[in-house]
Design a protein around this ligand. Sequence first.
Ligand SMILES: NC(=O)c1ccc[n+]([C@@H]2O[C@H](COP(=O)([O-])OP(=O)(O)OC[C@H]3O[C@@H](n4cnc5c(N)ncnc54)[C@H](O)[C@@H]3O)[C@@H](O)[C@H]2O)c1
Ligand SMILES: [Zn+2]
Ligand SMILES: [Zn+2]
Length: 362
Amino acid sequence: MTREVRGVIARAKGQPVSVETIVVPDPGPGEAVVRVQACGVCHTDLHYREGGINDNFPFLLGHEAAGTVEAVGPDVTGVAPGDFVVLNWRAVCGECRACRKGKSQYCFATHNAKQKMTLTDGTELAPALGIGAFAEATLVAAGQCTKVDPSADPAAAGLLGCGVMAGFGAATYTGGIGKGDSIAVFGCGGVGNAAIAAARLAGATRIIAVDLDPRKLEWARDFGATHTVDASKQDAVERIRAITDGNGADVCVEAVGNPKVLEQAFFARDLAGTVVQVGVPTPDMQFPAIPMIEFFGRGGALKPSWYGDCLPSRDFPLLVDLFLQGRFPLDRFVSERIQLDQVEDAFHRMERGEVLRSVVVL
Ligand SMILES: NC(=O)c1ccc[n+]([C@@H]2O[C@H](COP(=O)([O-])OP(=O)(O)OC[C@H]3O[C@@H](n4cnc5c(N)ncnc54)[C@H](O)[C@@H]3O)[C@@H](O)[C@H]2O)c1
Ligand SMILES: [Zn+2]
Ligand SMILES: [Zn+2]
C-alpha cells in the first residue's frame, strides 16, 4: 500500500519551499520506509533550493533525520519495522574496490532507494542526498538506516545524519586528534562545533575556535573551545601561532568551504601537522596559491573529509551512547524545534546565523 504524506518541496530555483502531498511507495528489495520523527535543517537543503547542487527539481528536502522503520522490502534483514534509526547518506556497498580493501568509509558506490517518491500527479521527486526527510515518511535504501538506542531524543539523534557526524569525524578520524594535541577549527557552525566537541572528548588541550561572528564563538566555548579568534578583527594565523607557543596547531579543520580560509588553515598548522578540509567548496573556487616549497617544507598532510570518514554502522550507535552518557552534547546543537511548514523561515534564520540547527519534529 503506497502512502500519501506531507513533505517539503523545492519546486524551482530560488523559490520558497512549500508543503505538499507526496506519494511514498511500498519498499522494494533492499529498501525501507521510515516514519520520520525529526529532521534538522542544513545548509545543503538551502543549496538544493538555490539550484547549487543540480537542476533536478522538484526536490524533496531534508536529510538529517531519525525515525522508526515502518516497512522493509522482502530481502531486508538489517532492520525491521519498529526499529529506531538514524538515516545516513552514504550507504556503503560492501563490494567496490574501497570496500574490498576494508576502507568502506571511502565507498565509491554508495546507494539510495531505487524506486521514486512522487507528487500526486506522478512527478518524480529528487530526495536531498538520497533521503528527503522533511516528510512524515520517506523511502530509503535499507543500508541508509542505522539502529541506535531508542531512548535518545530523535531531534538530537537525527543530527548525526550529516553535519554533526561530519564535524566529529573530521577531527577524530580524518584529523586523528588525540590527547595533548592542539586544534584550530575555522567556522563554528554545526560542523565546526562538532569538531570542537570531538576534540574535547579526545583530550585535546588547546582547542581554538575561529569565526567572524562573536555569537558563534560564544557557542564554541560552550562546546569546549579553550580559545577563540574573531577573524574579522584579528589575523587568525598570527593568533593561532601565539596561542600555540609560536608553532601552530597540530590539526587545523576548515569547516567553512572557502579558499582564503583553507590558506589560513594551511599556515596556522605546526610542522608535520594536518589540515582537514570538511567545508564544501563551490565549483568556481580555486585551490589557494601556496608556494610548493611551503607544501613540501611543512610536511604533514592535507586531507579532504567526506562525511568525516565515518562509518554510520560504527559511529551512530557510538555517538548516541556517548550522548546518553552525557559525554557528547548532541542536544546542544538543537537551537529550536519547528513544524514542516516553518522550514522556509528556518532557512532565513540560518542565513542570519541565529541558529546552529532548527529541527523539524513530526
Ligand atoms: N564534508 C562533509 O561531508 C560535510 C558534511 C556536512 C556539511 N559540510 C560542510 O561544512 C561546512 C559548514 O557547515 P555548517 O552546517 O557548520 O555551516 P554554517 O553555515 O552553520 O557554519 C559556517 C560558519 O563559518 C563561519 N564563517 C564564514 N566565513 C568565515 C571565515 N572567512 N572565517 C571564519 N569563519 C567563517 C560562519 O560565521 C559560520 O559560523 C559547509 O561548507 C557544509 O557544506 C561538509
Ligand atoms: Zn563500496
Ligand atoms: Zn546536511
